[in-house]
Design a binder for this molecule. Structure first.
Ligand SMILES: Nc1nc2c(ncn2[C@@H]2O[C@H](COP(=O)(O)OP(=O)(O)OP(=O)(O)O)[C@@H](O)[C@H]2O)c(=O)[nH]1
Ligand SMILES: [Mg+2]
Length: 364
């Protein structure tokens, strides 16, 4: 990569591998500014991030990666702050990545995170960071996984990935986590019935936060009943366009015509449903115990290893897609690639044939 004849000092300033080496060494040694720079590199998917991850990835794999998702305002950030307080009291270190799936910076959320961060400004065992996931296919999953791997390699015991649940994002966060916590708030009321099955499917633990509000316990029992019903009816229920049928006292529905047909999809999980009050910390020790249980249960070939495989897939496929695209867009291939894309746009070529030709051009 380094041009011949260029003095070493000039090379080190520009060579991503050298820069990554300096940053990773500093970050792993506890330099928080270097860690912040590495995460910026990850967020921007720079060559420095790639070089750093090559070094850091083998050092990661020890942290418990916990995804926290749920609707806007459910109390995710407040709950993470309460969990940090609880974990610090037990001497465990915590890294947090608040991922904004919609890229443009949401002032409120970021500000909140900054204020909370100040409380731990002098605590070296807490690191909180907001980042945007830009619009790549699988971008949220692979960026979250990469950021988590960096914090993991830097020795944090737990890494929280907070993201607002907006449909697809919670699925991607789940792909980057060992344990996924789905948060609800009691005032969702009837909307509980309309919770997307997708949200429940990714949940390892369901938390009804704002336990101080009326209806929290009722929401929790509705959710428990719903989850039992979903598990009983299983796949049949999920066929209804991703919506879970409503009533809390729901009886198992009629067996579908092809219920005996083999179904490769995994059985729905039966997550625990807990109630917390993030603002006071009530229920937070119970949540922590539940997180630890999930982690312990999944360690040997269980849920955690399935989550890890999903995470590996998210990362590898995203890198493969990026790299394939970069090669097809490189000098010498770009014109041909553009011509094929144009032909698809003009309906002169179908997209499948287009891909056949693009792959052939890579092999050729
Ligand atoms: N009463 C009550 N309010 C809470 C509780 N937890 C959080 N809140 C409040 O709910 C509001 C939203 O809390 P956040 O923690 O910012 O929620 P969030 O889910 O992170 O929100 P986004 O990141 O914007 O999606 C804040 O005003 C919190 O103080 C709780 O347990 N009880
Ligand atoms: Mg938040």
């Amino acid at each position: 990569m380094a041009a011949q004849g260029v003095p070493a000092t000039a090379v080190s300033a520009h060579d991503p591998a050298v820069r990554a080496g300096e940053l990773t060494e500093a970050a792993v040694g506890g330099d928080r500014r270097a860690l912040a720079r590495l995460l910026t590199a990850v967020e921007n998917r720079t060559p420095v991030a790639e070089a750093a991850l090559r070094t850091l990835y083998p050092m990661a794999g020890r942290a418990h990666l916990v995804g926290i998702t749920g609707p806007p305002g459910a109390g995710k950030s407040t709950l993470v702050a309460a969990l940090i307080a609880e974990l610090r009291a037990r001497g465990r270190s915590v890294g947090v990545v608040a991922v904004d799936p919609s890229s443009p910076i949401t002032g409120g959320a970021l500000l909140g995170d900054r204020v909370r961060m100040q409380a731990y400004a002098s605590d070296r065992d807490v690191f909180i960071r907001s980042m945007a996931a830009r619009g790549h296919a699988g971008g949220l999953a692979s960026t979250s996984a990469a950021a988590a791997a960096v914090l993991d390699a830097c020795g944090f015991d737990l890494v929280f990935l907070e993201t607002v649940g907006t449909g697809q994002s919670e699925v991607e966060v789940a792909a980057a986590a060992d344990t996924t916590v789905v948060l609800e708030a009691p005032e969702m009321g009837d909307e509980v019935q309309a919770i997307k099955a997708g949200l429940l499917e990714v949940a390892d633990i369901v938390v009804v936060n704002k336990g101080d509000r009326p209806g929290a316990q009722r929401t929790a029992s509705q959710l428990r009943a719903m989850l039992v019903a979903v598990a009983r009816v299983g796949v049949a229920d999920r066929r209804h366009h991703g919506r879970v049928a409503a009533a809390p006292d729901l009886e198992p529905g009629p067996e579908p015509a092809d219920a005996s047909a083999p179904d490769a999809r995994p059985r729905p999980k039966q997550p625990e449903v807990l109630v917390t009050t993030a603002t006071t910390g009530e229920g937070v020790p119970g949540l922590l115990a539940s997180l630890d249980r999930h982690r312990a249960a999944g360690r040997d070939g269980g849920a955690t290893s399935a989550a890890r495989l999903a995470r590996a897939e998210a990362q590898v496929w995203a890198i493969l897609a990026d790299r394939t695209r970069a090669e097809l867009d490189a000098d010498g291939r770009r014109a041909g690639t553009q011509a094929i894309l144009r032909a698809v746009a003009d309906h002169e070529l179908d997209p499948f044939t287009a891909v056949d030709r693009l792959l052939a051009s890579l092999r050729g």
